[in-house]
Each structure stands twice: as structure tokens, then as C-alpha cells.
Design a protein around this ligand. Sequence first.
Ligand code: ZN
Length: 291
Amino acid sequence: MEIHVDHHMYFAASRRPEALIAKLGETAAPVRGDSISTGVNTSEPGLIPNMNIAAQTAAISDKKETIPVRNMFLTLTGSPGSGKSTQGKALAERYGIPHISIGKILRKEITDGTTLGHLVEPYVKSGDLAPSHLIAAVVKNRLSQPDCKNGFILDGYPRKMDDTGCMEQITKDLGINNLKMVCIKADPEVIIDRLKDRRVCDNGHEYDLKNNPPKKEGVCDTDGLPIKQRDDDKPETIRHRFEVFKEETLPVMEYFKSKNQYGEVNGNAGIDVVGKRLFELLDPKEANGEQ
Ligand SMILES: [Zn+2]
């Protein structure tokens, strides 16, 4: 059995389950200075004030080499606005596997005015979860593509127990037997404060009114399209999404936990700190206990 151990295998410590569980437990617990319950988090270690999200992401990926993996089938979940998709992209780049955002696929369907787009639009706009059967077909189709054979970062699915049943079937059909869930957990007030100044154009160019405003007010520098606050970023939507997250997604996390296929990191810190925590949780050599 030892002979077959692949050091690039995701969660290679599965041959040492106790070590892995201990490691996940450690990472899940708040570390000194990590947890913020009040106020603005500019003093948070790793948060670079005056630096926009894109630049921080670039900073993460610039200093990291690609670590090729096999069998890293990962579903990424997180509190609303926890930077999940930014982190998902960084993880995908680090491990050379695709980042698959279900939210992004659905938003494109809505923009393109497809039948699916019309069906899911009310759910996406209100922050509620779309019916499982609509999403499952999209997910299965995407995960069947050849670029997913060594692994993927599936961002935003499954989000509720119904999805989880569909996902079980999808992984079974595709011959994937080791899907793991990783969660970025954050507090609502931290997230509301972080997102209140974010604006985007329809092409997805992001601005921060305080730290990275457009040259001309209300207009994208790149394409001249109007920039606006995404419904997703409004405080009332964020609060609602936290409620939905608690009711619908917590049971999914519990389910993955019960199968020992779960890990989490504290998402209240700056993007680069959270990114580092994720790498520490997932890097194959780290999972083998080498530093
Ligand atoms: Zn733009």
C-alpha cells in the first residue's frame, strides 16, 4: 500500500487519517488575532489597506509556484462574500486545475438570455438557491470536460442537501470517489464592511470606491460601461444570504464532515492571509507533515 502513495495526491494524508483530522481541526480553530467581531479590519495581519482585491490576488499568485496535482476534486464553499471565488482562482492556478464557478456560469446564462437564464434569474438576484435539478445538469456537463481529469475547484456547489444528493450521483457517474469540501468561514459584519464600496461593470471589471476608484466617476476605465453595485454586495442581500447559508449550506458542511472529507479556514482576515491558510490546508507536502 505504501508503494502506491502518491505524494501529489490531494490530502495525501488520507493514509494517516488521524494526522489529517488533527490538521483540519487546528486550521479550523481561530488563531491569535484572526477573529474579528467588531470594527473595520484594517489592522488585520495580511490585509493591505490601499491595495485593491485584484492586486492582492496578483500578489498571491506571483509569489507561488504551480504544484501539479492529481485527484484534487474539491468543492469550495464559504460564507457569502468571503472571497471564495478569488481564493478559488488562486487555488486553481496553484494546482494547475480549472476553477469552476457555478454562479459565473449562471450569470452568463442570464446575460445571454437563455431558457436556463430566465429560470434561475429570480433566485440569483434574491440570493436564494436555485432548484437542484436546474443546476445539476450544468455541473455535470462542466465536470465532464477533459480539463477536469486531474481535479477541479468547484466553486459554489453543492449549496444545499438536495444539491448534495445530485452531486453524489454526478461524482458516481464520473468515477470520482474522493470529493472534498473546503469552507472559508467569515462573520457577516466583516463581509458587509468589506463589500460596501465594491462596484463592477457588466464585463466584470472591479473597482473599490475608496481604494481603487475609476478615473471617471461611475464609469469603467477599460470599456466605458457604467459601474454599479452588484445586488449580491448590498448589506440587506448579504444578511439574507448569511441566513440562507446557515439554513441550507451548514447541513452540507456537516455531511462532508461526517465523511471526514471536510476542512475549513477562518475567512475574516485579508485575502493573502486566507489564501496562505488554504495552501497550508491543501498543499500535498504539508499534508505529509513536511514543512
Ligand atoms: Zn469594464
